[in-house]
Design a protein around this ligand. Structure first.
Ligand code: AMP
Length: 368
């Protein structure tokens, strides 16, 4: 079988884990990114967009293209797609890039979201606070991630400072959702339309950054399980999505509420490298190459993931544990930067929790 040449727009840790996890499928990776030294620099050629004839060179070097970020330039995706297929397609990308578009889309296909309003002027913000009721979360419609570009408005006294901070951008005001926890559902859909869904993850954040995921999320009612499956399946099909898709959810007393989606492999799915029969990274590559999808079930009853943020920490503490797996991304230490993660597999909840407790230094070594 011929080697499949896969192009990735970007060269961060997600591209790195795709290349590592799909190497055994006879793949070759080419990265399209300005960074010369990156998490991907040892895993294939990097073509710098600023170099001469770079786009044509990239297109000639690959059979299929994917990307690492929902902020990928949609124009670039459209242009490449005229010569080589790009997955996920532009519809998945455009619906994920803009919070207003995304939430309107969710609602149009029956996926529940927080009530929201578009805000472009101070008057619209004042009206939104009245119509939605306080508290509200004010967010930029584009390019927000890990809680950046957001302000919580608890009382009327917070309105002016939130407007001063964010008012120069297009905004969305969201009603505050009272939730018990945050969940995510990740699934893959292949070119042929085959769909496989991973078990739900429960995600702990701090300062807007994911710290720990636990899989499968415990004590989910069958109704909520079905709701999550229904949401992600509807999304995959309505978008004609190819590749991995992630949906972040709030767990509330009255059911699941969608927060946002990412047309890509996701931090809350990193556990799947050792935790599932087929990882999200391999399944993403299988999906875009139209290979049969791998089994998304967990290999062991419990799995976890701890992000390594800011500082590398004591690696040997992980390497000496049979059920823990260390993944570094080839990145330098920097405050609040995701530089690696640790996967944990366990036979019981108690074993998982005691492994997480053993590694608490990693969770706190992040400059909070
Ligand atoms: P986001 O960038 O939209 O993922 O938001 C970052 C974090 O802010 C989420 O993980 C939630 O913890 C919180 N958050 C976002 N939107 C809402 C909302 N409408 N209600 C309550 N909390 C929210």
């Amino acid at each position: 079988m011929a080697v499949k040449r896969i192009g990735v727009i970007g060269s961060g840790q997600l591209g790195r884990m795709m290349a590592i996890d799909a190497a055994h499928l006879d793949t070759e990776f080419v990265f399209f990114d300005e960074a010369v030294k990156s998490p991907c620099s040892n895993l294939g050629e990097t073509i710098q967009p600023s170099s001469q004839d770079s786009l044509q060179h990239f297109i000639n070097s690959v059979d299929v293209v994917t990307y690492e970020s929902e902020n990928t330039d949609a124009q670039l995706v459209k242009e490449i797609n005229q010569s080589v297929p790009v997955y996920p397609g532009v519809s998945s990308l455009l619906n994920s890039q803009h919070r207003l578009t995304e939430k309107s889309f969710f609602q149009s296909i029956g996926i529940k979201t927080a009530d929201f309003r578009k805000v472009t002027t101070k008057e619209e913000l004042d009206l939104a606070t009245k119509e939605l009721g306080l508290p509200i979360i004010l967010k930029t419609t584009r390019e927000g991630y890990d809680g950046k570009g957001q302000a919580l408005i608890r009382t009327q006294a917070d309105v002016s400072s939130a407007w001063a901070e964010l008012g120069d951008k297009e905004l969305i005001a969201e009603a505050f959702v009272t939730f018990t926890r945050e969940l995510s559902v990740i699934a893959a859909r292949s070119v042929s339309g085959e769909i496989k869904i991973y078990p739900l993850a429960e995600n702990d954040h701090s300062a807007g950054i994911l710290r720990v995921s636990r899989v499968p999320a415990q004590n989910i009612t069958p109704e909520k399980q079905e709701q999550a499956k229904g949401f992600i399946t509807t999304l995959l099909e309505k978008l004609d999505h190819v590749g991995v898709l992630t949906l972040e959810l709030f767990d509330t007393e009255t059911g699941l509420v969608a927060n946002e989606m990412a047309p890509r492999v996701h931090n809350s799915g990193h556990w799947s490298i050792e935790g599932a029969y087929c990882s999200q990274f391999e399944n993403h590559i299988r999906a875009i190459c139209d290979l049969p999808l791998g089994d998304t079930q967990a290999r062991q009853p419990f799995a976890g993931m701890i992000n390594i943020i800011g500082k590398h920490g004591d690696r040997n503490l992980v390497l000496t544990q049979t059920n823990c797996f260390y993944h570094a991304y080839g990145k330098d230490e920097r405050l609040n930067r995701k530089i690696g993660h640790i996967n944990i597999i366990a036979n019981s909840e108690q074993e998982l929790e005691s492994s997480i407790a053993n590694l608490t230094d990693f969770i706190s070594e992040c400059g909070d």
